[in-house]
Write a protein that binds this ligand. Sequence first.
Ligand code: OOB
Length: 550
Amino acid sequence: MLNSCIKWSDEEAKLYRSRGYWIDEELCQILERQVQNSPAKIAVIDNGIEKTYGCLDKESTRLAGYLAKQGLKAGDTAIVQLPNCYEFYVVFFALQKLAILSVNALMNHNELELTHYVGALNPSLVIADATHSLFQNDSFFKKLQSDSSNLSHVLLRGNTDWAPNISKKLYASASFDDFESVPFRKHNAENVAFFQLSGGSTGTPKLIPRTHNDYFYSVRQSVEICQWNENTRYLCALPAAHNFPLSSPGALGVFYAGGTLICASNPSPSSCFPLISAHQVNWTSLVPPAVALWLDSHERSHHDLSSLKVIQVGGAKLSATLAIKLENEFKVILQQVFGMAEGLVNYTRLNDNDWVRHNTQGRPMSEADVIKIVDENNQTVSQNEVGLLTTKGPYTFKGYLNAKLHNLTAFTEDGFYCSGDLVKLSHCGNIIVEGRDKDQINKGGEKIAAEEVENQLLAHPDVHDCAVVAMPDHLLGERVCAFVVKRENDRDALTKVALNRFIRSKGLADYKYPDRFEFISALPKTKVGKVDKRALREHIKNLLAPIKSV
Ligand code: OOB
């Protein structure tokens, strides 16, 4: 059933196979290759502890064996929420080996998001971190169980007294030796390997099915573009579950190339700089706000960062000013990465000229990516004109999970995915991101669907109407501003403090909270009667302008 939503046409599949894009291998074969090539090579360094490819393979097999013994099997589903750590990859490969389809939630996802994923996937298993506030005791897990007919297993990373502990299962080797011979059968590489999360523009986050064939190709092609090899030492500082540090080329790229991954808990200078010098890191990826923090940091002079050769930046638009500064001050090559969890990833190439690296977001990684920049009638715009980016290709998905209606508008009639990004092509054929036509706020790479926040605010009994828009922010690029119309009889009762408290009580991820509330008497409307968000964005921009110039 979960596999029925994702088909490429037979002709496309034939073409992608004949050209060698789809090789009918599963994602866990990425690890198997390295275990055969170099089992003793260090695959992951986490908190000073070094784990070889052989170890990663063995421990993921043990975990898979343990899960199989619990009755979990191919086709079951799981929700995983783990921080940047070695166990993230053990769990990833264990679930791949068993063909358990998982979604990797971000650590800052909260009650609402996790409840939604449970509703969407009806999982049998949750794997989470004991330090997360939702998993300090069993009450949230019990609540999830009451919403789901399948949920019977939970594993936690870290100290806990109410659920089995991943590490104990993994490392108490004596009791697990007999699981190492669990027979893993080969699965169809056309099937879903796992689900990515959409940044979204609608009320609920959408799940993106990614197949073995398409994801494996995106990893191999990324490795080729970035010229990674066994000498690659990649610092994973962005959330491990995100498509960028997972596959562009990210962790899976490291494992495919036989390099070494170093885990950082977050992209702050204090977390990254000591790791770069201690482990001779040569690549990493950042979002633009982290670039600004790195540039401003005084800690730079205390660490030898000379091993760093390339910094990738993506997730949100990087200004040319920061781009130039980053290269000059860190003595690195900048690679801009403009990607999406739905598929298409664009890279500037390492040998592109300065102008391209500093001012564009690169070009598609595959010769088979088809991009069309169109107007609102799906007609291709002329060269140099800004239009909507639409795309299809061997690793761009074909539809969100269980979202028939939404899929109708997410794709053009000729099957191109509408990214919602407003772009133009530079004279040399590189993409320049100019803005967005989707109702989303991009808070330094973290995507927030306006409608999701609006739905929460509208649940307040004293809110008559509301609209959530992006407001400019010098560090994050954008923040969340909520315009609220109070109910007639509650003009005085509803305060910003009360709204803040209300939204916090709803269990929404923190980063989605409005950073500012503005009360207005009515929302402005366009000629066709829709909320005029452009006017609201202008309004808040003007309100902020005097503050900026003080
Ligand atoms: C990456 O993936 P998502 O799914 O979190 O977000 C995709 C959206 C894009 O549609 C675009 O609106 C924005 O994020 N975006 C950028 C950008 N990279 C992503 N906007 C301007 N400049 C960029 N360089 O964010 C993602 C996935 C894989 C690799 C890199 C980023």
